[in-house]
Design a protein around this ligand. Sequence first.
Ligand code: MUC
Ligand code: MG
Length: 394
Amino acid sequence: MMTAFTIERIEARILDIPTIRPHKLSFGAIQKQSPVIVQLWLSNGATGFGEAATIGGPSWNEESPESIAHAIDHYLAPAVVQQKAGRIEHVLQRMDLACKGNTFAKSAVEMALVDALSRTLGLPAWQLLGGKVHESLPLAWTLASGDVQCDLQEAQLRLEQGRHRIFKMKIGARSPEADVAHVTQIARGLPERATLTVDVNQAWDGNTARRYLPQLIEAGVSLIEQPVAKWNVPALAQLCQELRGALVMADETVCTPQDAMMLARANASHVFSLKVAKHGGLLRTRKVAAVAEAADIDWYGGTMLETSIGSAASAHVFSTLGGQHHGCELFGPQLLVDDIVESPMPISDYCLQLPDGPGFGVEVSVQQLNRFDRKLSGQAPIHVDLGHHSTARA
Ligand code: MUC
Ligand code: MG
């Protein structure tokens, strides 16, 4: 009986995996990802893996690889070891009692638990999460080299390969005029069948967004992600009401189900970007998605640029979601120089083919974990290059 099993042991390790090219966001450039990989053992001997990835250390939000590993080792693991493994909600409650916030850390533990439980049952995780309704999801690629020619080459290659036709551009590091020029050049260089989106990662104030977003829409952008600061719900609501020809998507603003409810009440999003880490786990991702569906808000399968572990786990929960969606961006493994699983999820027909097989359906390579393990490689934790970035925007 599954209910008889308990959680026996939890281990967290930080990896450092270089990216294939610098990835430039509004707050800086990254040259590597430092995911925290969690392994959890059950008393029946089954094991599972989870992951929490941040972007640029604690630049994207408050959590960093080091804080995640610390929270797991010192607070979350002691709160859940010896607890009944099948009582996932109870495990989440124990973690909430032990530790406020720290949703990334909690999500990695819950992920490893769901993987181990699914493997115990010999089932794909999507069966524990409600059953899948999607076999595949359109897969976006992010253009963030900072260079128009390089971005265009990347996009054209991926179109030819049949891998991606949704392209997200990261803007907000340069002046809005430079961003509009960059996006316009890319839009002109790509065929009509490409869908273009932008992610401003909170960089603009309300007036800048009101002034420049219509120009991006005119250039061909159809989905606008987090144009203003996380707290700036009034500006999000106004943009939702005023912009014509594009949808407004919340990312950093929508973390908890309560955030989702607040945004729904304020009519401040057309779309939610869902991310397992910021919601605090797979079950809580489903709660945020339920608010979206009830409020007639669409969803998008977001990423924190996870390896194939976190990406596969996200794919499993996204595969179970009803409601209107805009595909996903689980391209993290492709941005990294190498993977840590035996074989990544397949991509064909511009879509991510959602995995089957026990657990998250990916097999972790211990050799690759050891190769990138920070403790074993002795790398320094430099997370983000602020060098190209100017806080004084024209
Ligand atoms: C974000 O804010 O959405 C997702 C894709 C990417 O390039 O960066 C992330 C983070
Ligand atoms: Mg975003």
